[in-house]
Design a protein around this ligand. Structure first.
Ligand code: NAP
Ligand code: ZN
Length: 352
């Protein structure tokens, strides 16, 4: 790693097109972990950010926040890892450490969180993500990948997995079988199905078409499948769900989904809609319903979901691709043509 020059793939403008980009990593300090990137999951948020759809994107932008790597160097104060360990990094690489959120182990809600990419590092330089050959990250934001998990399987858990796990965790250990709805069967949604099933819930997938029915029921183990445009089916399912995890990355009519909830039911938004969503207040008031949001998960929850996955022997559905396929993969993601998460084989790709 001479001069710590690395090669990543970056978007240069809001077209989002990725191409090779050479840059330097920050000098590691005593609390940092330096690792070679092995695999990196591809998240719809990457696409939102590459296209400047969320908040202002600084270009060049190297995306990637589901990063699995192998430790090559450790700062002198880092005791929890050894060289060669397989480690993971999710969506954030820093926070203030002092605010209420940080003190209550919810550092993802710290106003001074540092995003893994499109953030500003402590040295004032832009952070760059896991679509690159190596990274330097403070050890507090690095998790251990359990030995039982294949690295390409672990990658999607670092953002998509913990994004589903964090809001669902509140229902863990309920003694009655809860009725769950997973809205949108993509990267986050398919992991949501597996997690909710592993927690013992009855799971209904709510999808925009019939295309994923067989996989949802037979491979992911969902109990029921609803097509959101089928009014009769939706009416029949009214007042049947305790919660809905909404993963849709687009503007969609909440008034179609709120009636599916029982009294006191919760619609938990994790999908980022590029424009404001609308709902009818009466739908909430008459049924004491709640709409809430949730951002990824804490570092503690990130480690928890990895252990949960290993313990329950779960398998996510991934399609492993090389870096030169990344632009095509994002196009397919946009066309809703991925089963269910692309994972980049970064170490096995020619990045030049
Ligand atoms: P994805 O793989 O593209 O999946 C999204 C799914 O939503 C699609 O598979 C599709 O499922 C459904 N969908 C897509 N377009 C739709 C439309 N116009 N109307 C209705 N349904 C539609 O995306 P992802 O990586 O899972 O991410 C999902 C969203 O969560 C993104 O907005 C992403 O930015 C966000 N996210 C948020 C967090 C957080 O911390 N809150 C973390 C990670 C990701 P069907 O075919 O079943 O309809
Ligand atoms: Zn803080």
């Amino acid at each position: 790693m001479e001069g710590r020059r690395v090669i990543g793939w970056a978007a240069r403008d809001s077209s989002g097109h990725l191409s090779p980009y050479s840059f330097t990593l920050r000098e590691p300090g005593p609390e940092d972990v330096v690792f070679k990137v092995l695999y990196c999951g591809m998240d719809h948020t990457d696409l939102h950010q590459m296209r400047n759809e969320i908040h202002s994107t600084n270009y060049p932008l190297v995306p990637g926040h589901e990063v699995v790597g192998q430790v090559v160097e450790l700062g002198s104060d880092v005791k929890k890892f050894r060289v060669k360990d397989i480690v993971g990094v999710g969506c954030i690489v820093g926070s203030c450490g002092e605010c209420l959120s940080c003190k209550s182990n919810e550092e993802q809600y710290c106003n001074n969180r540092i995003l893994t990419y499109n953030g500003t590092d402590k040295d004032g330089r832009p952070t760059q993500g896991g679509f690159s050959s190596a990274m330097v990250v403070h050890h507090k934001f690095v998790v251990r990948i359990p030995e039982k998990l294949a690295p390409e399987q672990a990658a999607p858990l670092l953002c998509a997995g913990v994004t589903a796990y964090s809001p669902l965790k509140q229902f863990k250990g309920f003694n009655k079988a809860l009725k769950a709805g997973i809205l949108g069967l993509g990267g986050v949604g398919h992991l949501g199905v597996l997690i909710a099933k592993a927690m013992g819930h009855h799971v209904t997938v709510i999808s925009s078409s019939d295309k994923k029915r067989v996989e949802a029921l037979e491979q992911l183990g969902a109990d029921a499948f609803l097509i959101s445009s089928n009014t009769a089916e939706m009416e029949q399912a009214a007042s049947s769900l305790d919660y809905i995890l909404d993963t849709v990355p687009a503007v969609h009519p909440l008034q179609s989904y709120l009636p599916l909830l029982k009294v006191d039911g919760k619609l938990m938004l994790v999908g980022v809609a590029p424009k404001p969503l609308q709902f009818d207040s009466v739908d909430l008031i008459l049924g004491k319903k709640t709409i809430s949001g949730s951002l990824i998960g804490s570092m503690e929850e990130t480690q928890e979901i990895l252990e949960f996955w290993a313990l329950k022997g779960l398998t996510s559905m991934v399609e492993v691709v090389k870096m030169d396929y990344s632009n095509q993969a994002f196009e397919r993601m946009e066309r809703n043509d991925v089963r269910y998460r692309f994972v980049l084989d970064v170490a096995g790709s020619n990045l030049e």
